[in-house]
Write a new protein. Structure first.
Length: 462
């Protein structure tokens, strides 16, 4: 059996493509128009409709709900948020701690809504285990662990090699850090369950309806225009396809593989009984989960960026990327050298120029947006949606400021990416530097982070 390449993602191979919803039938009006039927758009519709049931909310989706990153990600529901350290520098440590605490609570919030709405997304709250495989990675791990404690995550645990192996037997792991604020889930089951819950509340979803341009009070499509006091852009890695947005967020590629179901003996040799999500401290890092049906789904950056901010075609990924991900799998678990790779796919995530996730509502125009999650969007999208809800309620006079509207990522301004070919050259150079640094660190007998990686981080704004 050969590897299935593309077809959106492995998660859709399991669930099958959803029955299509009707496209926009023509010009119409709404109280709130949401562009994008992924996690951010659907969560925003959910919380707005829950808060104000009489609102007329329309969601416009270019393909189908969950076609983008929401249906292709690694299934990491965890408390990481892009840009926290920068927000600490801009707004102070206390503000960044509040942001982190909000993210810690978001993991439980998503799981609670799944229970309330009876969404079975194969969720399992086993936390997140991030491992170190070299002296330099171990030094970064310990610094990372200390930083997380400083941001108030007092329930995080630091492990040595033996304790790490008791959780997951990763070959060569010399230490790890574990947080309980994480869960494994099936991304497509979550997005489809959320879309069904939103429709049950009375929200209108139009699929196969690409929005070509967003203007104040207007979302323009080939089938007609939706006019609304509030128009919210929730398009993450596909933002560059909108008129005037090509340099707003860079669509970064992330690729994944899923193995065949492993045998009981293979799982016995690996451990992983806690179903933690698994990551590492490499510069070009990996991420993985043990799926509900006994596979390993593992991802990494692959070919990080396509010239001109282009996106892939239905998740198809390059053969060299598939092989690179297999090499990571076997490096972590040598006993799986002969395991079959059943599926490979890619998706895009949104990367702002300063690598900071943001939530914004322009009160002068009614335009809002959220995203730039840099790969941490499964949970962050939920916090962003609740924040958009509060911003709209505040703007419309239905409530005052809240704890969420005071978080430091609200209305954060980011400069645009450089024009081509500069951004293509920059991203290619950055990831070449990261991969080279990882190779050198793997064989070096020093705890110092590779200087090239440090320079690449500074130059990229990461």
């Amino acid at each position: 059996m050969s590897t299935v390449n593309g077809g959106i993602s492995f998660w859709y191979a399991q669930e099958g493509a959803p029955a299509p919803r009707e496209p926009l039938p023509g010009d119409t009006t709404a109280d709130v128009c949401i562009v994008g039927g992924g996690y951010t758009g659907l969560w925003t519709a959910y919380y707005l409709k829950k808060a104000v049931p009489f609102l007329n909310i329309t969601v416009l989706e270019a393909k189908f709900c969950g076609y983008g990153a929401s249906g292709r990600n690694g299934g990491w529901l965890y408390n990481g948020i892009a840009g926290r350290d920068r927000y600490a520098k801009l707004h102070g440590q206390e503000a960044a701690v509040r942001l982190q605490q909000a993210m810690n609570g978001t993991v439980a919030e998503v799981l609670d809504v799944c229970e309330t709405e009876k969404i079975d997304a194969d969720q399992h709250r086993g936390g997140v285990l991030e491992v170190a495989l070299s002296p330099a990675q171990l030094a970064r791990l310990k610094a990372f662990h200390a930083a997380e404690l400083a941001f108030g995550e007092t329930d995080r645990e630091l492990y040595g090699a033996r304790e790490t192996a008791e959780r997951i037997r990763v070959a060569g792991a010399v230490g790890s850090s574990w947080t309980p604020h994480g869960a494994r889930l099936h991304p497509v089951k979550l997005v489809q369950g959320l879309a069904a819950a939103v429709e049950a509340l009375g929200v209108t979803i139009h699929e196969s309806t690409p929005v070509t341009e967003i203007k104040p009070k207007h979302a323009i499509t080939p089938y007609g225009t939706v006019r609304a006091p509030y128009v919210l852009r929730c398009t993450e890695g596909f933002t560059a396809s909108l008129a005037g947005q090509r340099r707003t967020w860079l669509p970064m590629n992330s690729s994944m593989i899923a193995t065949e179901p492993l045998t009981d003996a293979q799982w016995e040799s690996i451990g992983w009984d806690g179903r933690e999500t698994l990551g590492d401290m490499a510069h070009a890092y990996m991420y993985a989960q043990r799926t509900a049906d006994g596979r390993i789904a593992l991802g990494g950056r692959g070919v990080p960026y396509r010239f001109g901010s282009k996106t892939d075609n239905d998740g198809r990924t390059q053969p060299q990327t598939v092989e690179a991900l297999r090499e990571i799998l076997v490096r972590f678990f040598p006993q799986l050298a002969g395991v079959r790779i059943d599926h490979a796919w890619s998706g895009v995530l949104g990367v702002p120029r300063d690598w900071c996730a943001t939530v914004t509502l322009d009160r002068s125009t009614g335009l809002g947006w959220a995203g730039g999650y840099v790969g941490s969007g499964v949970a962050t999208a939920n916090l962003a949606a609740r924040t958009l809800r509060d911003l709209i309620q505040q703007d419309s006079g239905q409530s005052g400021p809240t704890d969420l509207t005071a978080l430091p990522w609200v209305n954060h301004k980011v400069r645009k990416w450089e024009p081509e070919p500069l951004r293509w050259l920059g991203v290619q150079t950055m990831y070449a530097a990261f991969r080279g640094a990882d190779r050198r660190e793997a064989t070096a007998h020093t705890a110092e982070t590779d200087r090239v990686a440090i320079l690449a981080n500074r130059l990229s704004g990461r």
